[in-house]
Design a protein around this ligand. Sequence first.
Ligand SMILES: Nc1ncnc2c1ncn2[C@@H]1O[C@H](COP(=O)(O)OP(=O)(O)O)[C@@H](O)[C@H]1O
Ligand SMILES: [Mg+2]
Length: 247
Amino acid sequence: MKMAIYLREIRLINKNFSDNYWCRLPFYRELYSGKDISFNTPVTFFVGENGSGKSTLIEAIAVAMGYNAEGGSKNFNFSTKNTTSMLYDELQLCRVAYENDGFFLRAESFYNVATNIDDLRINIDNYGGKSLHHQSHGESFLSLVQNRFRGNGFYILDEPEAALSPMRQLTLLMEINNLVKNNSQFIIATHSPILLAYPDAQIYNLDAGIEGIAYAETEQYKITKNFLDNPNRFIERLFDSEFSNDS
Ligand SMILES: Nc1ncnc2c1ncn2[C@@H]1O[C@H](COP(=O)(O)OP(=O)(O)O)[C@@H](O)[C@H]1O
Ligand SMILES: [Mg+2]
């Protein structure tokens, strides 16, 4: 299969170890010690517990690549709050090609992207012919991917599963695959054991640094599998005093 890679690698330059919040995150310590992050597959995932720094890292990558910190394409420059970290300024990108299309999609600020699209009166045919505010969160999220992502692109998605039913996560997997076949690269932060199953994707776990990990070794896979293998037993054990905090 032909694969397009636009961003091959990132590393830290202008090292600025200080009391910035991201300097305490395990992934930063590893970058600081000289490790780089390479993107050798069209789809790369970042996993890790809540607070492990997935959003911080992929936002910095998005901003360093020229995208708006709150989401959107390169033409979006709205800002509703100023929480963007300066980490992007410390990143050196190894770009091996330039994308024709691109989007930074974060579930948590998708509302603002939809508002910005309405405000700009961007041709709403690009978004399914209907204001994104007049579609459900999941519908509008998916219609953006289906109608606005054109291929030959670089797409950064932050927890895209947040709005999507399991069925629609499968649809998203198919859309990702079609776009990959059409020369696209994805970098995705996710907790979804469905999305993580994308074949031959690189998965990095940020819990203790930057660790390449196999699909079946991820917490997302193991916990979900254990749970679904026997929900009753799992819940019994979970509620059992052995596992309970107040025992
Ligand atoms: N603007 C900010 N100021 C201070 N701390 C922040 C800021 N944004 C995130 N953090 C902290 O950095 C850590 C990583 O956050 P985040 O990147 O959102 O994690 P994740 O996306 O993996 O859940 C969290 O502990 C969070 O509280
Ligand atoms: Mg996050």
